[in-house]
Design a protein around this ligand. Sequence first.
Ligand code: ATP
Length: 316
Amino acid sequence: MQTTGREPAAAQAVATHELTRTFGPVTALSRLDVTMPRGVVGLVGANGAGKSTLIKILLGLLRPTSGRAEVLGLDCGTDGPAIRRLVGYMPESECLPPDVSATELVVHLARMSGLPAEVARERTADTLRHVGLHEERYRPIGGYSTGMKQRVKLAQALVHDPRLVLLDEPTNGLDPAGRDEMLGLIQRISTDFGISVLVTSHLLGELERIADHLVVIDGGVLQRSTSTADATRLSGVILVEVTDRADELVARLRAIGARVAEGGGQSFTVEPTDDAVLDAVQGGAADLGVGLVRMQRRRHHLTEMFREQEVTDVRR
Ligand SMILES: Nc1ncnc2c1ncn2[C@@H]1O[C@H](COP(=O)(O)OP(=O)(O)OP(=O)(O)O)[C@@H](O)[C@H]1O
């Protein structure tokens, strides 16, 4: 796969402005204002959060009720044909015809997107090889496993050499090994070919592993838009474990105003406001004659980020 020199100038993969979509009484997206950079962006949300609705609007398959959206700097309302040339789409639903082979289907879709016959055949062979379909690509799709079908859907999204692919729940229905393989493939689409990716999932851990940036929506409302590095930033909390007398060390730290939370057994966490607190942990352990088993920074994980969100919601 090569880049084609038709890269639009926009720095952002996606931008939405006050984007709203309703279906009768249901509000699928509510005044969504978000920008998504190039690279791999993970769109996280529970079932019904509005992920598929957003993707369909970005592709021009659905019109917004109000507000607007841009893909690669192009307006989704008016630049549909240009967007479809530059964007590939892997739908969530089962949509493959059972009685044709992967090769026949992907060549057909490549030709539909405007590629000449010979180029369509070459790119189909390259793309199917890239997604890991080999001899089986000549067999009817009806006999494929779920993982193979997902690869065919991915291949058809890539065959016309897009600048951005929108992948709707690509790991759905896969076993753990199949998920790992699909996630690896998605990452390589970005790193090896420079194609930006917007991938949806309701599984946080998946997107934490492969996305550069995360967008979280719930009930059609933006919850967070953050780089993955920031989401998993060092929390500044130090986890301490000593061989004995943890309660006495905790009391000493509290006496100098440190914020300490007791853990199980001989462990606790402390927020080091300055070096004096760290010195007090080490000095206190030495004074008490106990060994320091560990003293390490903890990282935030996405699941904690969500837990924080829930806590905030409960307090509101
Ligand atoms: N064509 C439609 N007609 C009526 N309601 C719809 C339609 N499409 C989506 N909805 C509703 O809009 C809300 C958002 O749906 P959407 O499919 O975008 O969510 P999602 O995050 O993609 O979830 P899922 O993973 O379950 O598909 C849901 O309440 C859904 O029932």
